[in-house]
Design a protein around this ligand. Sequence first.
Ligand SMILES: NC(=O)c1ccc[n+]([C@@H]2O[C@H](COP(=O)([O-])OP(=O)(O)OC[C@H]3O[C@@H](n4cnc5c(N)ncnc54)[C@H](O)[C@@H]3O)[C@@H](O)[C@H]2O)c1
Length: 473
Amino acid sequence: MKRRDFIKSAGLVAAGSALGAHGASAETMFHLTGEPDDGLNSIRLPIRALNPVVDKPVSVIIIGAGNRGKTYARYAEMFPEGMKVVGVSDILDHRLKYLSDKHGVAEDMRFGHFREVFASGKKLADAVVISTPDDRHYEPCMKALSLGYDVLLEKPVAQTEKECKAILAQAKKYGRIVAVCHVLRYAPYFLALREVLRSGAIGEIVSIQHMEPIQYAHMAHSYVRGNWRSSTETTPIILAKSCHDLDMLRWLINKPCKSIVADGGLHLFKAENAPEGAPMRCTDGCPHEATCPYSALDIYTRQKVHLGVFDLNGSKDTDLILQRLKDPAYSSYARCVYHCDNDQPDHYVAEMVFEGGETAAFSMEAFSPRGGRRTRVMGTIGFIEGDGTSFTVTDFRTRKQRVWNLKVSDIPEYKGSGHGGGDLALARDFIEAVAHQDPSRLSSTIDVSIESHVMGFAAERSRKTGRKEKVKV
Ligand SMILES: NC(=O)c1ccc[n+]([C@@H]2O[C@H](COP(=O)([O-])OP(=O)(O)OC[C@H]3O[C@@H](n4cnc5c(N)ncnc54)[C@H](O)[C@@H]3O)[C@@H](O)[C@H]2O)c1
């Protein structure tokens, strides 16, 4: 689709600089649909093509060649002039080989455990991407900073507030850049929402309602059977899943959070709720398999979703998936959702008060048919309601409504960039920040990302104690 056509189909009018493949340094003006007769005429958005503005490629070692490691490595495939993967580390041989081969990584730059990357005590690249599991962020990040690497660090930053603050201090001590993967900050939808708020279109922000529907099958996959099922081995779900949302609320309101009170728990996915006769695994002839919405056979072999964990390299072959479900390396995904070693809440609410008295009500919900964050912003002269892809702005003075509905899938330059376009836009900004040694190109440096993590730890304390917690950064 040509640029002009996609903008037309998206119901938008663009002016100013082009969004085209070579418009990397441009910003783009968008008008919302509706009559631009008062206040809100246009939004200037830093939506830029994904190609980086650099003189030479930034060399990177990927630590953790799983789902997220591969996501950021893709940026090097798309833009070899900007990023080169010169090293890979993973404790799983097949993942190490797959990503290393894909990027032509030299034998002596293929590492197993991340400690091998740092064993020589020398800096082997410009930057590292840390995309290991949550409990393996702190150690490699501290070490990388001490050796002079800049770091692209997956969220959550670390498992405790103390470790998060230590990483911040280490980054300052060694004068390095740490970009935290709060990818939603780089997604056009959220950028547009923030710009509309900053334009004063709805007056002062008084309060926000924000909901994160996880979606029932995603919950079962990631937070009951999968990698993030244990709040102690990884991080509490308010960080593991919702640090994006706390960060978003802080970013939209643009003031520090002063206090937080939280509640919620694990309602369904526990042994006492197992239907009679349910075996330990869905693959063991469960009598309830055909009617259970959380059946592993249904999710993986019929719906064929969440297959990324099975190392299928794009295949959706049913027999291969069944084989993986029986393979001990992947078989936790075949477990009955009522017979897992999980403790993450399936419903979680938090109320926050910000510095100017603004309030935010957050709700994370497992039991929803689809994902897609829903947000309502209440302002003194207007209201915004959005669903993660489009939002409507209502002006109380004119009672007119305007709509933002630019679909990321319609922006050719953002094709294949997950998290509403945010994944690869973050990769671009990180590469530029490293190349120019300019952290201001990032909107999620460690300095600003720490705050939402402190909010998350305070929320979890409140959920466990029932007390309102002060948020002190
Ligand atoms: N920004 C986001 O929106 C987002 C989305 C999903 C996941 N994440 C975070 O990204 C991180 C990675 O998640 P993922 O989905 O890619 O997980 P994953 O399991 O797919 O990948 C992690 C990889 O790290 C490897 N690994 C484990 N220990 C290691 C070690 N000691 N040394 C080297 N490699 C090691 C594993 O073998 C695995 O291949 C997690 O912290 C997760 O919370 C962030």
